[in-house]
Design a protein around this ligand. Sequence first.
Ligand SMILES: [Zn+2]
Length: 223
Amino acid sequence: MNDTDGPTRMPFGPDPIYPDWILPVDAAMLQYGIIDEPLFFIPDEPAPEGSPGSEGSSSEPKDPYHVVNACYDYLLNLRWTQVYEDLMSRITDEVFYVMFLNRRALANLNQFLSGYVGEIASDGFDPDEASLADLFVRDGELKRVRPPMWARRAVFYRDRGRCTACGTDLSGLIDTLSVGNYNHMVPLARSGLNDVTNLQLLCENCNSQKSDKVEDPSNRYRR
Ligand SMILES: [Zn+2]
């Protein structure tokens, strides 16, 4: 919708020479089986003025923005529909699945988000949001939260049970899922989030050396 040149379209239909055009959002919903046929077709473009063979009354004024406007109206209304909700949910799951493997991308994301957390004053909440203030230990710093088991498992298996900094195998330890090995890439003291996307596996040695420093996440990946 931000594309000032108008909506992007993609060819659609059985005829590759004279394809119909549909919007990418319809193509995505078709691909996922959320809808059975496109909900919207690009309206025909008006023929150039005065060109021979133009149908209808040529004296009628043509709207050069009719395609853009039609798509804009469609997208505006689509955002409130269940099929769109379903599409967003599917895309979110897929993006998370891919993104979760990439610690550097996640660290960048959390670095970005910490900028917002850092500006939050714990007494700045409305009275009906008072419980949110309890999440903070001081302005701009969230309290440490014990990662839930699902998050610890996810990080443990993503990082292959090894310290992401030195590669020490942690999988043989009895307490592989002890909280101490789960390190915040962006430290809480630097407005980092208690979020599964901000965790990485570190051995106790590396974890104690890192303390509250922000370091580049390891780019060590096991094939
Ligand atoms: Zn280590």
